[in-house]
Design a protein around this ligand. Structure first.
Ligand SMILES: CC(C)(COP(=O)(O)OP(=O)(O)OC[C@H]1O[C@@H](n2cnc3c(N)ncnc32)[C@H](O)[C@@H]1OP(=O)(O)O)[C@@H](O)C(=O)NCCC(=O)NCCS
Length: 152
């Protein structure tokens, strides 16, 4: 199995729009309203500036070279070495370790290249697969639906 995360690009616009405009994904917090083609284009442009010049950065998850989901950093705070993380894996790729590997890759990237040492995820109590994913990767529940990871 090969899982990688890579910077989002213009060729991913339709893929991103399909995920973001699927209303069943809105409850997971990546996006909560209809995204236009222009909005998506702006995300790609901003992502290309990298998070250090911006406050978010998106990555496409690939499973055996097929687009399988999105993982992103947002609400970046340079001074606090902090960002929030969101992830979505397409249904047909779930339960194979794709989410786990992607999150591990993102954590390494944050620590080694972005100097982000604190990551936070907001997870609904009912979202057991997401809780498992983040807790398995050393995120700790600090209050309500907030889970925090500190790089060591
Ligand atoms: C959460 C999500 C990203 C997990 O992706 P995935 O590729 O299926 O995850 P993995 O296969 O790496 O599994 C990670 C953990 O979740 C568990 N898991 C996966 N699917 C599950 C399910 N349907 N029910 C319960 N646990 C599940 C796995 O068992 C594993 O935990 P374990 O190692 O303790 O067994 C995916 O389910 C998803 O996209 N959900 C919708 C979006 C979402 O909830 N995003 C997170 C919001 S913060």
């Amino acid at each position: 199995m090969s899982v990688k995360i890579r910077e989002i690009d213009h060729e991913d616009l339709n893929f991103m729009l399909k995920i973001e405009n699927d209303k069943s994904n809105w409850k997971y917090g990546i996006n909560k309203s209809e995204l236009s083609f222009e909005d998506a284009l702006n995300y790609v442009k901003q992502s290309k500036l990298m998070i250090l010049n911006n406050d978010n950065q998106r990555f496409v998850i690939e499973y055996n070279n097929i687009k399988a989901g999105l993982i992103d950093l947002y609400d970046y705070q340079f001074q606090n070495s902090f960002a929030k993380v969101g992830i979505i894996v397409l249904k047909k790729f779930r339960g194979k370790g794709v989410g786990d590997k992607s999150l591990k890759l993102l954590l390494e990237f944050c620590k080694n290249y972005l100097n982000i040492n604190y990551l936070e995820s907001e997870i609904e109590k009912s979202n057991q697969s997401s809780i498992n994913l983040f807790v398995n990767n050393n995120f700790k529940n600090i209050s309500g639906n907030k889970y925090v990871h500190q790089a060591i």
